[in-house]
Ligand binder design. Sequence first.
Ligand code: ADP
Ligand code: GLC
Length: 492
Amino acid sequence: MVTATRVLFAASEAYPLIKTGGLGDIAYSLPHALHQAGADVRLILPAYRAVLMQAQSMRILGWLDVRGAKRVHSVRVLEISHAQFAFPIYLVDIAALFDRPGNPYTQADGQDWGDNAERFTVFARAVADIAGDVLGTGWRADVVHANDWQTGLVPAFLRESVPHIKSVFTIHNMAYGGHFSLHEFNRLALPRHWWTTEGVEFYGGFSMLKAGIVYADEVTTVSPTYAGEICTAEFGYGMQGVLLAARHKLHGILNGIDEAVWNPASDVHLPAHYSANRRQPGKALNKQALLQHFNLPAHDAAMQVPLVGMVSRLVEQKGVDLILAALPHWLLHTPLNFVFVGTGDAWFEAQLREFAVNYPQRIAVFIGYDEALAHLVEAGADMFMMPSRFEPCGLNQMYSLRYGTPPIVYRTGGLADTVVDATPAHVMQGLANGFVFDELTTAALVATVDRALIAYTQPRIWQALVRTGMRQSFGWLHSAQAYLALYKGTDR
Ligand code: ADP
Ligand code: GLC
């Protein structure tokens, strides 16, 4: 009998329990895709307060003593269930480290929690112990799939204690390296032999991201283009050498999206539904609802004016500065209206707010995190703005394609792998699904938006773009198989 591969999927956030960005979506949708493909999956998360509050049933699997920073934590390992999860979720419950409100990584003022090194070291130690079934539950992982720096030490601890368990480490974003000091390294009593340039040491400190890259059996990142980019100085954040040395085990596997959660034909957050073959009146009703939500004009004439939407972490990565620089031009020289939903850098937030105050008829801004509103923007806008400077994969452009809202993107990372520019040739071939620019300047963004505006006035072209995007498949089918093949060690 062939037994299912037992996968322990470790992450620091997962939709709908706790989410700050795309990692949360992936930590929900990929394990489900693996489960559907026949794997025996468990998701493991820190027991943040928000997660505990949403548990629908709970049992204690056991207790572990785990070393922290100059102290030993008594860890409760919980198994919870939740209606939206088809498999059990394990929680690493340490009140002193995780029973806190709000964001998993930062305090209310936006600063990182001061004890993040300890929080994610202890989590990683516990994950490795649980993978090896030190609790004696009868479930031992064949493979542990760790994600981003917060779980970067997991592959390293597995090497130490249970080297026969395979580890896969996925890089969702090189910009977050999990950098800490030698002092922390010592306080956490991390193995001395890790402190080398071939190990976790990085410019005098240590990096949990580097630990994942160095010690995992397989390393993946979330798009083929980004896999190439991170091996260069421009995108490697100083780790391009480490990545080049790891190239034999580095794979670019494009993220999928959850086609049930993000489906305009059934989305619970939308006032009206629509599909590739029946786009109206549903799409227009969503636009009207979005305009009304923000008190923007929504009468017949206003409905004709193209509406640009953006949902994003407001950080440098996302090209917010390019948008801020272009807005005065768009306000003067184009009819465009804008809806921005995001949170992040205080300066970007303030700038966007000021535009909304000065142009209340044309620009609406919501600063904060609102899952339902994110869906409504994808559905209600005519175009989706995503001029990221770099983008490991990007999910929002795939959501917008699926929702008939052509994206405007810079050619980088996963954006380059998913958006096909509306050149005359691509339009003729039926391949075009959005707008792509090649030079990271405000002028190039403005010129591309001009092209989008021209296309918008040509209904046949515009509808062809919309249809192409909506009919494409961005699900997990292919990529989940690629991960399963990595877990099993067979060639893809
Ligand atoms: P990243 O992970 O870099 O933030 P992605 O495009 O991969 O970018 O994923 C972003 C995810 O976070 C999407 O699901 C998007 O809808 C969501 N998101 C980002 N900001 C907000 C917000 N302010 N409110 C609701 N959802 C948001
Ligand atoms: C990161 C990246 C984003 C990617 C997401 C999920 O947050 O910034 O591009 O889509 O992870 O992999």
